[in-house]
Design a protein around this ligand. Structure first.
Ligand code: FES
Ligand code: FES
Length: 168
């Protein structure tokens, strides 16, 4: 079957099998190997990508379901100039990864959360608490870093993104 969708801001058109998962299509057909598959059972969050700005586990999400939707992977996060997204920079600054296997999924799950919280209608972007971050990120597992550096990285990026929204 033919699948047309937006991939990291650009139109994509592929021939796929109806049974293929989004992770398979992104990794094997699109060569976007930043999409990591670990548990392959919707438990660990390593394969998280964004579909219409919402995080999904691409290991159990059928690819044809993204027809006419917008998919973002870690490869699409940096700006045109190559400037890293504040979350990517914060993960580096806070040493929030070791093997890095969970990191693309962590960053994309955090992006979905921060984008949604910081765009809520109010006179000023809200402060985001550690408890909120922990609650939102509980579907993303890390086997080697420890969660404190990851929390610090998301906190740093939240402050950065919040300041950007205040200036806008
Ligand atoms: S690889 Fe998809 S949730 Fe673990
Ligand atoms: S950095 Fe290795 S699993 Fe998270």
């Amino acid at each position: 079957m033919n699948l047309e969708f937006s991939l990291n801001g650009k139109p994509a058109s592929l021939e796929i099998e109806p049974r293929e998962t989004l992770a398979e299509v992104l990794r094997l057909r699109c060569r976007l190997t930043g999409v990591k598959v670990s548990c392959d059972a919707q438990v660990c969050g390593s394969c998280t990508v964004l579909v219409d700005a919402l995080p999904v586990s691409s290991c159990t999400y059928l690819a044809y379901e993204v027809r006419d939707k917008q998919v973002v992977t870690i490869e699409g996060l940096a700006g045109e100039s190559g400037r890293l997204h504040p979350l990517q920079q914060a993960f580096i600054d806070q040493f929030a990864f070791q093997c890095g296997f969970c990191t693309p999924g962590m960053i994309l799950a955090a992006k979905a959360f921060l984008d949604e919280r910081l765009s809520e209608a109010s006179s000023a972007p809200p402060e985001i608490t550690d408890a909120e971050i922990v609650a939102h990120m509980n579907g993303n597992l890390c086997r080697c870093t420890g969660y404190l550096p990851i929390l610090k990285a998301i906190r740093q990026a939240a402050a950065h993104m919040r300041a950007d929204r205040e200036k806008a």
